[in-house]
Design a protein around this ligand. Structure first.
Ligand SMILES: [Zn+2]
Length: 487
């Protein structure tokens, strides 16, 4: 079997969207042939699209057809094998499941390209040789493989070409605009998870932008992370995430300092940097990130079938990051999600979570019923804390068929995290370079609300401040103004 060793995690991500059992998904993937076709002399943008394409494909599909010149094919196969050592390669894939880069693909294939800030998917190939832009190239690959996903699992294909400018979210702005040799300044980069991985993948290929990054994340890479961490290969398991990211960025123009710590741990010892770029998987961290009052805050996120990025200046009258994660805003805390998943009252879930206690026998059976599994399916967790049960079962660290999984937030799809990371990195460049921010959208939030549907026609989400948020507090505003007055 060519299925990836982290198939359990793939099931957690895909199972929800396609209502498949583990066995059903495993059979479906083993019967699927997807393909990547590359022209002989790829532009830099097309080369990046090809590399991110195989990177994404290898994290989900066990059998892939690569059509390319010999050295290119060998190189792409190496990338795929480093992710899934058991992957198989075949000679052909159906046209509609084939992504073509730098060459006209077969009928019904997805022709993908990037030029300047614009990512494009077309039904008919057009030669593009615009300015190099790794952010648009990364986004183009993610868009292409989201289309393949919908064709494979939902038998649904977009009825139109897609053209998306990461500069202002129109169709064509910045198509001929090269990146400039400017600096993004000093950036605290918090969270090297799936979204952070994709941002760093793109930034490591940026040959002109410079700046100083302080990477903060306390975790190490686990095998299940390979389902959507585009920097991680099998050999990286157990390496600290910040160390992996620093290694990838070594040959870029960014200077990097890596700190294996939580944000809270860093804050206790580190000094305040003007810009924070944050992609943590929890609400508390994001709210903390805003409460620290950086001059600029850039955020990337994936939610239940959604993804996006946002930027926040705190004193411009628009929503701050804490507004977006205000109670009843988007996103739930892990405790709230656990309560929902297992059918617990929220107070009870908080109590169990904080005291590191297990569910009672009755709660465990009730939770099993809520998840749609047999009453004794969760017995292995009878002495383990709620937080562990949640991580193992709901977040998919432990393989278990979950017919009731629709009730809970599940693991994002790889292309979903990659697009969020590309959007976040693009905002980071745009908001730290005045020449770009003048051209960029004014809205603080960009979002694709349902990745099972074709990309939206409008990505912009005007977002007013939340009543009762810290951004409406005169004391916070005064501290912010004082701190950045002379910068
Ligand atoms: Zn706010």
């Amino acid at each position: 079997m060519a299925l990836a060793p982290f198939f359990g995690r793939i099931y957690s991500a895909v199972g929800k969207h396609v209502s498949a059992t583990r066995d059903g998904l495993s059979k479906a993937l083993s019967a699927t042939r997807v393909g990547l076709i590359c022209g002989d002399h790829l532009s830099r943008n097309s080369q990046m699209i090809a590399e991110m394409s195989i990177n994404l494909a290898a994290r989900l599909y066990p059998i892939i057809a690569i059509t390319a010149s010999e050295p290119q094919r060998v190189r792409l196969q190496e990338i795929a094998r480093a992710i899934n050592p058991k992957i198989e390669f075949c000679d052909e894939s159906p046209g509609e499941l084939t992504v073509a880069v730098g060459i006209s693909g077969p009928p019904r294939s997805i022709n993908v390209s990037a030029s300047g800030w614009v990512a494009e998917l077309r039904s008919v190939f057009q030669a593009e040789e615009g300015p190099v832009n790794p952010y648009a190239a990364t986004a183009a690959a993610a868009l292409a493989w989201s289309e393949v996903f919908r064709r494979v699992f939902l038998q649904r294909s977009a009825d139109r070409d897609v053209s998306l400018s990461l500069l202002d979210f129109t169709e064509s702005s910045g198509k001929n605009l090269p990146l400039s040799a400017a600096s993004i300044g000093e950036v605290l980069f918090v969270g090297v998870g799936a979204v952070g991985n994709a941002a760093i993948w793109a930034m490591s290929r940026d040959e002109v932008t410079s700046g100083s990054l302080t990477l903060v994340d306390h975790e190490t890479v686990s095998l299940s992370n390979l389902q959507r961490y585009t920097l991680a290969e099998t050999s990286d398991v157990d390496e600290p995430k910040v160390v992996l990211a620093e290694r990838i960025l070594r040959s870029s123009h960014f200077s990097v300092k890596s700190i294996q710590s939580t944000l809270q741990g860093y804050v206790a010892n580190g000094h305040q940097l003007p810009t924070t770029c944050i992609s943590l998987d929890n609400v508390d961290g994001r709210r903390t990130g805003q409460a620290l009052l950086p001059r600029l805050l850039v955020n990337g996120w994936t939610g239940d079938g959604s993804l996006g990025a946002s930027w926040h200046a705190f004193d411009n009258g628009q929503a701050c990051l804490a507004c977006l994660y205000h109670p009843h805003g988007q996103g739930l805390s892990a405790v709230q999600q656990a309560a929902m998943a297992f059918g617990l009252k929220e107070e009870r879930a908080v109590q169990l979570w904080l005291t590191r206690s297990p569910l009672s026998g009755e709660e465990r059976r009730h939770a099993a019923k809520k998840l749609g599994v047999p009453p004794n399916a969760l017995v292995a967790w009878k002495d383990r804390p709620l937080a562990e049960l949640y991580t193992d079962v709901v977040c998919g660290a432990v393989p278990i068929d979950l017919p009731g999984v629709k009730n809970v937030e599940v693991v994002p799809l790889a292309h979903q995290s990659v697009l969020a990371g590309a959007l976040m990195a693009a905002e980071l460049l745009k908001r730290t370079q005045p020449a770009l921010s003048d051209l960029a959208q004014k809205e603080p939030l960009i979002s694709w609300d349902d990745v099972l549907q074709a990309p939206p026609k409008s990505w912009l989400r005007p977002r007013p401040r939340e009543l009762g948020c810290i951004c409406g507090d005169p004391v916070y505003q005064e501290v912010y103004r004082e701190r950045w007055r002379n910068v």
